[in-house]
Design a protein around this ligand. Structure first.
Ligand code: ADP
Length: 155
């Protein structure tokens, strides 16, 4: 059976931390669906189309990667697309506490879906989209925090 994993997130914007997780997971799964969750509580800096385009640029040569968006519960989305795994990244103990609760609740809702955690590589530990957004908003250079293939051309 095809091993399909969903990597859910806001990806506002996609960073080298996200890229690294997808590349590492790519060795373990047949297909990875990068799923941009639409969260009405979060005000995004980049539009959905911009975020999708950024991610497309990064993985244009990787046929295992699909990029979509979804609304609602991640586990329900996984069931719809036939995914058995949810990918998440862990940077700190704060990430762990947050992710533990979500993964355990997801497991209690759908016990056939496993959450798989990737511990970030050391140099990506401090990188998160919200810091990258702040640097970008203030005109700083974010090139070292985003994948080299990703070109931002927001006006
Ligand atoms: P969310 O709003 O779901 O937290 P994000 O786009 O911020 O969405 O993150 C998506 C996933 O990527 C989360 O599991 C997060 O922990 C992980 N992640 C974010 N930044 C990094 C990083 N620098 N290294 C490893 N994992 C990361």
């Amino acid at each position: 059976m095809e091993k399909i994993a969903v990597f859910p997130g806001s990806f506002d914007p996609f960073t080298v931390g996200h890229e690294s997780i997808v590349n590492r997971a790519s060795k373990l799964f047949d297909k990875i669906i990068i799923a941009i969750g639409l969260n009405p509580k979060k005000d995004a800096l980049f539009t959905l189309e911009e975020r999708k385009n950024f991610i497309r640029q990064v993985f244009e040569d990787n046929p295992k990667i699909e990029i979509v968006h979804f609304e609602g519960l991640t586990v329900e989305f996984c069931k719809r697309v036939g995914a058995g795994y949810i990918l998440r990244g862990l940077r700190t103990s704060a990430d762990f506490e947050f992710e533990r609760a979500i993964a355990q609740v997801n497991k209690s809702m759908h016990k056939e879906i496993e959450t798989v955690f990737f511990l970030t590589i050391t140099e990506h530990t401090p990188i998160n989209s919200s810091i990258v957004r702040d640097i970008y908003r203030h005109g700083g250079d974010i090139s070292k925090f985003i994948p080299s293939k990703m070109k931002l051309n927001k006006s």
